[in-house]
Design a protein around this ligand. Sequence first.
Ligand SMILES: Nc1ncnc2c1ncn2[C@@H]1O[C@H](COP(=O)(O)OP(=O)(O)OP(=O)(O)O)[C@@H](O)[C@H]1O
Ligand SMILES: [Mg+2]
Length: 465
Amino acid sequence: MHLDSILLLASKGILDTIEEGVHIVDRAGITILYNKAIETIEGLPQNQVIGKHLLDIFPDWTKENSTLLTVLNTGEPIYNREQSYLNFKGKRIRTVNTTIPIFDGNQLVGAVEVSRNMTTVTDMTKQIIELQQKLIKPVKRQKGIKQYHFDQLIGKNHKYLEAIKIAKRASKSSSSVLIYGDTGTGKELFSQSIHFASDRANMPFIAQNCAAIPENLLEGLLFGTSKGSFTGAEDRPGLFEQAEGGTLLLDEINSMSQTLQAKILRVLQENYVRRVGGNKDIPINVRIIAATNEEPETLIEKGQFRKDLFYRLNVINIRIPSLNERVDDIPILVDFFIREYNEKMKKDVWMVSDEIMEAFKRYNWAGNIRELKNFIESAMNLVTDDHVIGKEHMPSHVSEVLMKKERYIPTQTTTVDDLNKHLESIEKDIIDKTLKQYNNNISKAAEHLKVSRQNLQYKIKKYYE
Ligand SMILES: Nc1ncnc2c1ncn2[C@@H]1O[C@H](COP(=O)(O)OP(=O)(O)OP(=O)(O)O)[C@@H](O)[C@H]1O
Ligand SMILES: [Mg+2]
């Protein structure tokens, strides 16, 4: 058999095993390839389509609504077009299609369409949005969940007090606020304190981490969805509407795409939202607090934060200092957390030993207050009758890091567990040093270590929490 024929048969075989639908037509619009996946998506057997003209099979298609016909007409590719339609079996199908013209030299000879079936993903998306919205209840109505107020923000460091002063001023107005602080510095606490000290205190406070969910879901979640739209078949209010009268915290705002950032900007400028797929403008009155854990200027430079949105949000700007910048606050924070856990754990601890306090002051707190709080919590779990937390109360992996002793090097590796611990301690050490070198700037440290920012963030969470 000729090599070309073998290759052709092989590609047909491959095309029948992949999950994406593939539909190829020639210049005249006659189908020459229709793979198994597209058969399932459209509910039509191959033999009814191959060799026939598109309009004989799909009489309702026009140059306007058919991407294949459009591409044959224009010779221009169409990328990632969302489509929703009833297939031949009457099932509602949602796909994302990319349609590309095929050229022989500069002569258009046909077009190929690759369709990704999003029906299941879309159904799951809908369920996730529904579940998430059930979970979101305004803080004030969530019994048993702690609300934070300014008087619970522990700290006397002058930079910290300065940040609190600005935040208190912010609670007197409804202007947008941009909070910048490393992970664990208290951005959520600040946001809640601003909300509960403002005249919006009796209205909802909703926090959404923008990095936590995929972009197309986030848009529906924030703005709501309208019946029949791509992301959800039902009418559902978004977080902007749900936070009506209150405050919406958009955490890690820089993880949104530029397009979504532009949509947020429009909402802020015009004070109304339009649900995804809807055509009604719904007026809203929501105070926006946006947070980032990287310096906004750096994010703008890297193209991750739109300048126009930054200026719009940055009406009030709060920078929360990292714990390394407020070492003088460590003793009162330690004292505060000891009291808190005494109460929770029914213990009677008074203080940490001088040795531990000195180590705390030397330590590089990449996880900031959250990390300090977790240190105290794990130590207090090990305290029985003592009143002073010493090295012996720190879990060994913690005290090793804390005391900055010579790294633990096993003379003989006996188990996989030992080896993992050893490797982790080396990794943590390297991360520690790099973070220190870059002043806890995660992006820069990640760049230096040649890992992705997400990966480094994950490791920081793993080692410091
Ligand atoms: N000044 C403070 N006094 C007491 N506890 C604090 C203070 N600041 C932060 N904490 C505690 O530190 C932890 C982290 O705070 P929070 O969740 O607000 O940080 P964050 O900046 O939002 O972190 P992330 O960037 O990881 O979302 C919480 O457990 C909080 O209670
Ligand atoms: Mg947070």
